[in-house]
Design a protein around this ligand. Structure first.
Ligand SMILES: Nc1ncnc2c1ncn2[C@@H]1O[C@H](COP(=O)(O)OP(=O)(O)O)[C@@H](O)[C@H]1O
Ligand SMILES: [Mg+2]
Length: 331
């Protein structure tokens, strides 16, 4: 779709995806469950590229996995809904979820090096969603796989599709996973740090590919990253996540030009130049609290340079400017 106002303002139609009040918990044997995501609400409009950023351990991956019923053992969605094309993803039966997964919503998983099956050739895996969902004849699937591998710039795609994952570099494995996500042309792709393992050149290619896809097919993305430079160049709207909570959200210009939450500002302060410094998020003083740590009030309070007495009360997520929310008493 065109870079129009509709997707960015929300238009009038229902969002493609709308998550409301999501709570994810880790169950423990003898102790109370640990909240991993707390009251997370977010939406992705048709044709929108939405960023979800925050330090490692914020709950970004668990949020994405919850949408596809892929949470690990003992981690569960305990509250909230995720409306996708007028169905609640959290209410789907396992067979219904299998129909959605890969065909309507695809995940490009974070860890390319462990996501592929080591004992199956790459081409077979890339073609798996089509095999499962579209049940097309083998030769047709093999041709499609070659085109998909070509599209993500894998050289000699016909020959390479017969390789095993270990014969691919990390960057090529990541591109193969991207090809797999594209195979059914799903309307929504959840891309979990899809470029982290890649060198800068290939990273730029993947980003260009995401942009092209959106332009050509209107594919929407939830783009998860800890890389502010990438998010600022790619995303229309951004959610900032900290310690299991959304602490700020808004259109790109609002977030990058007028950040309201001290955490978002700290992220940017830790990114003196927005591009090319992978270490940038490690430079905020202190560390992100473990989900099990009880912190009364604002969860960023202990690291916040502006914290004051009222921050011992939990701040609500409030509108700070039009379409720009922040979870901070000072915003
Ligand atoms: N399999 C698991 N078992 C227990 N805790 C987990 C598991 N996976 C992740 N967690 C915890 O959930 C929290 C959120 O993790 P995650 O969603 O991976 O964060 P992010 O993607 O933002 O780095 C972290 O505190 C992490 O330690
Ligand atoms: Mg993650």
């Amino acid at each position: 779709m065109a870079e129009g106002a509709t997707a960015r303002d929300g238009g009038g139609a229902a969002p493609l995806l709308e998550v409301v009040g999501l709570r994810i918990e880790l169950e423990r044997r003898a102790e109370a469950p640990v909240p991993i995501a707390r009251d997370v609400s977010l939406r992705v409009e048709e044709g929108e590229i939405v960023g979800l950023i925050g330090e490692s351990g914020s709950g970004k991956t668990m949020t994405a996995k919850s949408l596809l019923g892929l949470l690990p053992e003992r981690i569960r969605v305990v509250a909230g809904r995720a409306m996708f094309r007028s169905r609640d993803l959290f209410a789907l039966t396992p067979p219904q979820m299998r129909e959605v997964r890969g065909a309507e919503i695809a995940l490009i998983p974070q860890d390319a090096l462990h996501a592929l099956n080591p004992v199956q050739v790459v081409g077979r895996q890339v073609g798996e969603p089509v095999e499962v969902h579209a049940r097309r004849p083998g030769p047709e699937i093999r041709e499609l796989v070659v085109r998909l591998l070509e599209r993500v710039h894998i050289p000699n795609p016909r020959a390479r599709s017969a390789d095993y994952p270990h014969q691919f570099s990390g960057g090529m494995q990541q591109r193969a996973l991207t090809a797999m996500a594209l195979s059914m042309e799903p309307p929504l792709i959840l891309a979990d740090e899809p470029t982290t393992a890649l060198d800068v050149t290939i990273q730029a290619e993947i980003i260009a590919l995401i942009r092209d896809l959106r332009a050509q097919t209107g594919t929407s993305f939830l783009f998860i990253s800890h890389d502010l430079g990438l998010v600022s160049s790619l995303c229309d709207r951004i959610y900032v996540m900290y310690a299991g909570e959304i602490v700020e959200s808004g259109v790109r210009e609002e977030i990058f030009d007028r950040p309201r939450h001290p955490y978002t500002r700290a992220l940017m302060g830790a990114a003196p130049r927005l591009l090319g410094n992978p270490e940038r998020l490690s430079t905020i003083p202190g560390r992100i609290p473990q989900p099990s740590e009880e912190i009364a009030g604002c969860r960023f309070r202990v690291r916040c340079p502006l914290a004051e007495a009222r921050c011992a009360e939990p701040p609500p997520l409030r509108e700070a400017a039009r379409g720009h929310d922040a979870r901070c008493w000072l915003a």
